[in-house]
Design a protein around this ligand. Structure first.
Ligand code: GMT
Length: 377
């Protein structure tokens, strides 16, 4: 198949999922065309089966805000025509599914079906802003296929958005041959020279991630146990987290690594992943850690309980309950055998439920159904 993929190319989880999906599809023989304003972060180069088409947004003094939605729709139409795309797959509804809707309309009488994958904040935060709601609902309803990354998100989309059409759950995934426990993938001594335990956090440092709670949890754990904290990623709340670290005198033990391309290596240095978010529709960072054999301590919200079972692959606690989360970390790190046992369970769950080898065929099946339906209608 020839598939056009649109996503936010930055470090957000939806961009990561879209990019990994494109890479996996290409490795299975499909032609993938990324259509976005920048090359997605995890794509290092174009290959025979992976192409990138940049959306250039023309500005003009009259425009207060450059019309990206329209530039994207035009580019989608252009690429679909020149590359004879079979379908478009957009990640994150706003504004991508609106652009795809326009491109499909421009394409008529030929057919250009589009699939929308909902990731979370496009529904839970941005989409429920009253000003965005009608257009988001419309473009979801108009999609030829709609998927949500967890049962939680499917429920919210149907109930709170009042979506009438079917929303299929296709969970997020990891490449279990890349994200795996691997001796030597990460040199622990560079972060923990005296054999300290290592806690990690990986996100885009947005308010929803509650990075200040990560610091609070770490401070409590460190009171009881020599340990280090790896803060992986970057975003608006990084400065706040760094300030808190300084205030608490943790500068020598909390290491801010910024954006990283070899996340799977770094995760091999971690003992516990912290994800105390306000909300997660899925929690890709937790899954990536689990695939590397690292248990996660997370908030009991959204889709996280679908990924981690409390007490088996990690622990879940109420949002903001940093005392409980710190206690759970200590339990993992100090009770004999628990770290090893939970790490194994985490890897097993990632392998059983969320490996790309299991999930990519679900997308391929959906694409085929959508294309087939278009042909027979
Ligand atoms: O809000 C974010 O953290 C970014 C957002 C995104 O689209 O990049 O993340 C959402 O999608 C990820 C990938 O599917 C999920 O793993 C995250 O749980 C989800 N974030 C939220 O629901 C807050």
């Amino acid at each position: 198949m020839k598939i056009g993929i649109t996503c936010y190319p930055t470090y957000g989880g939806s961009g990561v999922v879209a990019t990994e999906l494109g890479l996996e599809l290409a490795s299975r023989g499909h032609d993938v065309h990324f259509i976005s304003y920048a090359m997605p972060v995890r794509i290092t180069e174009a290959t025979e089966r992976i192409r990138f088409h940049e959306v250039e947004v023309v500005n003009y003094p009259l425009f207060d805000h450059p019309p990206y939605t329209l530039s994207l729709a035009s580019k989608m139409y252009e690429v679909a025509t020149s590359e004879r795309l079979d379908l478009l797959h957009v990640h994150y509804a706003i504004p991508h599914s609106v652009s795809a809707y326009l491109a499909r309309a421009m394409f008529e009488p030929r057919r250009l079906p589009f699939v929308t994958t909902l990731h979370g904040t496009d529904i839970t935060l941005v989409g429920s802003d009253r000003s965005y709601l009608p257009i988001t609902r419309f473009s979801i309803e108009q999609s030829d296929g709609v998927t949500a990354i967890s049962e939680y998100l499917q429920r919210v989309t149907v109930q709170e958005f009042g979506i009438q059409r079917p929303v299929e759950v296709i969970p997020n995934f990891v490449n279990c041959d890349v994200f795996m426990p691997a001796d030597g993938a990460c040199r622990r001594s560079q972060f923990a020279p005296d054999g300290e335990k290592v806690l990690a956090h990986l996100s885009n440092f947005r308010p929803v991630k509650r990075v200040w709670d990560v610091v609070e949890i770490f401070e409590r754990v460190r009171r009881e146990l020599p340990c280090k904290l790896l803060m992986i990623g970057d975003g608006p709340d990084r400065a706040r987290a760094e300030w808190l670290v300084r205030e608490k005198g943790l500068t020598n033990d909390a290491i801010f690594l910024g954006k990283q391309s070899q996340v799977h290596r770094l995760l091999n240095c971690a003992d516990v992943m912290l994800l105390p978010s306000e909300l997660e529709s899925f929690g890709l960072a937790a899954l990536e850690a689990m695939a590397c054999g690292v248990p996660a301590v997370c908030s009991n919200v959204g889709g996280l309980p679908e990924v981690i079972r409390d007490g088996i692959e990690g622990y879940l606690a109420e949002v903001g309950d940093v005392d409980t989360m710190a206690g759970r970390c200590l339990r993992i790190l100090t009770e004999p055998g628990r770290l090893k046992e939970m790490g194994k369970a985490a890897r097993r769950r990632a392998g059983d439920k969320f490996c790309s080898t299991k999930i990519i065929p679900m997308y391929e099946d959906l694409y085929r159904r959508v294309i087939e339906r278009e042909r027979t209608e």
